[in-house]
Every structure is written in C-alpha cells, then in structure tokens.
Design a binder for this molecule. Structure first.
Ligand SMILES: *Cc1c(COP(=O)(O)O)cnc(C)c1O
Length: 382
C-alpha cells in the first residue's frame, strides 16, 4: 500500500505512541485528583501544556486542550460570539474554510448572527484588504484558515490579523494544515486564537488544542467542571494530550528539511504529469502552498474514477475534499477559486508525508499515465 492522504490523517509516530502508553496504563490517574497518582497525571498534563506553548510561541495558560481540530474551531467561533454578543453579532470568514469553521458559522447564522464570507482569487488566496472592507462596527471575529486542507494554499495571516486588529476585531486562524508544515508563531502572526490537531502531525486522533491569547473574551459552549480554566469542561485526555505535545515537538525538529524534501517530491509529481499528460491542472499552483499538497484535475475524467483506479493499485489518495467524499458536488474550495464545476469534479488530492519516497511518486505517476487516458476513452465527458 502507498499512502498519499496525509492531509486527511497521519499514522501515529512510534515515539508518540511510546510517550502515550504510560498514561493509558500505569499512570492512569485523573489530573483533578489530589493523591499522588492524580498529581502525576496533572504534572504530565502541565508539562505538555508548557511544551505546546513553547512550540507555538505562546504562554502555557493560553493553551486549551480539546478533542481535536473541529472542537477547537467550534470553541473559538461559538466561544467568542457568545462572549461578545453585547458588542456585536457579525463574523467574517472565507469561502474556502474547512467545514469545521464553515458549518459552525452557518449554525451561528441560524442563531441570528450575520456572517460574511470573503471570496478568494483564482489561486485560492484571500485578500486582506477585502477582509478589511467586510469588517463592520459590530464585527466580533475574523476567522481565516492558515493553510487550506485541499489545495495547501497559504493565506496571508499576519496581514489579515493586522487588518482585523486595526478595525478593533479579534482574529482566529484554523492552522491545522499549517502546523508542522510551515513555521507557526502566534506572536509573529498576531492572532488571538489558533486551532491545531494532533492527528494531522503523526499524533493521535481526538486530541487538539486552541491557543487563546490572554485577555481574549470567550464563553465556553461546553459546560461542566472547571477543567482547562473553565474553557473546556471534561476530564482531560491525558494520553492524547501527551501525544499531541510529543507529536508537535517531533514534527518541528525536522520542519525545514522535511519541507524541502516533500517539495522536491511534489515538483517531481507535478512535472512528470504535466510533461506526459495533456489537460492537467494544478489548483493553487500560483500561490504559495505548504510543501506536501498537490491538488490536480485531469480534464475529461471524474476524480472519483481516478481514486477508485488508484485504490485498485493499492494507492490511497483523496478526491477534491475528504469531507465531501460521499457528496457528488464538486469541492467548495475549487468552486470558490473559479474552477469550472466539471474540472473541479475531476480533482484529486495528493498529500505527501514522512514515509513518501521518490519511488512511491514514480509508481503513482505510472499508474496515472495508464489510468487517465483509459478513463478518458471510456468517459461520458464530451
Ligand atoms: C482535519 C482538519 C480539521 C478538523 O480536525 P479534526 O481533529 O479532524 O476534528 C479542521 N480544519 C482543517 C483545515 C483540517 O484539515
């Protein structure tokens, strides 16, 4: 099997597993308990919090652990909207966000909030000036992702945060696909809230965090005990949190070398396909992208058919968007970029990671060179 879907999830790094095991076995205490076993779990939890904070350029009390990226996005949007409901009822986001943000914004809209979705240009970029023009006196939050999960396109977060702050508004970024792929520093970017998740960086599923800058108003939608400074009630997932901090430390150790390696592999893929097949489109190629992601359309072929063919050859890749696999509609991200619906339907996402090699890429290219022309001959596309 060859795995090319690292943007959907990643295998657990063995050192991460090793760091987690004690907290699933002997060191099973509840961090809220006062006896030694509980204090031991508390100590591990707070060490993980310090480690995650250092990795992001944050303070430990600015890190709230969550049950993953989706929950952190919900906490950011719902938490700020709720806390600032007297100040205003408007948020600004973008048309290319992950559903964790888009659907949450829609749910808030159903509750009476106003939502403005800024568009993107043909390469998938949000224009900070356009964000600025959308901000109103009653805007409470701007939420724009740092890197797109489908195309890898990187947004100008520093500029967007500056525009938001100049207008007196808070700024959240979903950095799930940026963390571990490009340098992420909350102070450098100037954001007030930032989402990350462990399972996209070789950590466990169901473990994430929200950075919340000191003083940021936030009323948690999750009620219960006083865990996580009352911002995320529920007994902490100690093993998952230890796993998140270990994964983050490990992935940052080789950020630059691994980034360069993956960029070379991606170039090899895109060059080979572009040279040997006609009608190949690389979405977001005009923008700066995280180094591991390639979103390609093959004209006159359905992306789904390509994915099935790759699967028959033991190759795992995604259609336009993993989260819409069971919907026939083309990706909202590609449509927002102005990609023709039929071409968007043909999109295939290849995302590389730590076990990807040049020979894996060559194998993928070989299968596609055989598959795409054959699918074109039998396809219903005119
Ligand atoms: C995967 C992903 C999420 C969701 O994270 P989970 O931990 O799977 O809930 C949110 N945003 C982006 C950009 C993602 O890629």
């Amino acid at each position: 099997m060859i795995y090319f879907d690292y943007n959907a999830t990643t295998p657990l790094h063995e050192d991460v597993l090793e760091a987690m095991v004690p907290f699933l076995t002997l060191r099973f205490g509840n961090p809220s308990s006062y006896y030694q076993l509980g204090r031991d779990a508390r100590q591990a939890l707070e060490q993980a919090r310090r480690d995650v904070a250092v990795c992001l350029g944050a303070q430990p009390d600015e890190i709230v652990f969550t049950g993953g990226g989706t929950e952190a996005d919900n906490l950011a949007l719902r938490g700020v909207a709720h806390a600032l409901r007297e100040k205003g009822r408007h948020i600004v986001t973008s048309a290319v966000e992950h559903h964790a943000v888009l659907r949450t914004a829609e749910a808030l809209q159903a509750d009476g909030l106003d939502v403005t979705c800024v568009g993107v240009d043909a390469s998938g970029c949000v224009d900070p000036d356009q964000v600025g023009r959308c901000i109103r006196p009653d805007t409470v939050l701007v939420s724009i992702m740092a890197a797109n999960n489908e195309t890898g396109v990187i947004q100008p977060i520093r500029e967007i945060a500056a525009v938001a702050h100049a207008a007196g508004t808070l700024c959240h970024t979903d950095a799930v696909q940026a963390v571990g792929k490009v340098p992420v520093d909350v102070g450098d970017w100037g954001v007030d809230l930032l989402t990350l998740t462990a399972h996209k960086i070789y950590g466990p599923k169901g473990s994430g965090a929200l950075y919340i800058k000191r003083g940021t108003p936030l009323l948690s939608p999750i009620t219960g005990g006083h865990h996580e400074q009352s911002r995320r009630a529920g007994t902490e997932n100690v093993a998952g949190i230890v796993g998140l901090s270990a994964a983050l430390r490990i992935v940052l150790e080789s950020l630059e070398t691994e980034g360069r390696r993956l960029e070379v592999l991606r170039q090899r893929l895109e060059d080979a396909l572009g040279a040997q097949l006609d009608g190949v489109h690389v979405h977001g190629a005009g923008a700066s992208r995280v180094p591991n992601t390639s979103n390609l359309s093959f004209a006159r072929v359905d992306g789904e058919a390509v994915i099935l063919d790759l699967d028959l050859h033991g190759i795992c890749a995604a259609t336009g968007s993993a989260c819409t696999t069971h919907e026939p509609e083309p990706s909202h991200v590609l449509l927002a970029m102005g990609v023709e619906p039929r071409l968007a339907q043909g999109a295939v996402r290849i995302s590389l990671g730590k076990d990807s090699t040049a020979s894996d890429v060559d194998r993928l290219v070989g299968v596609l060179l055989d598959s795409v022309p054959r699918l074109r001959r039998i396809s219903s596309f005119a």
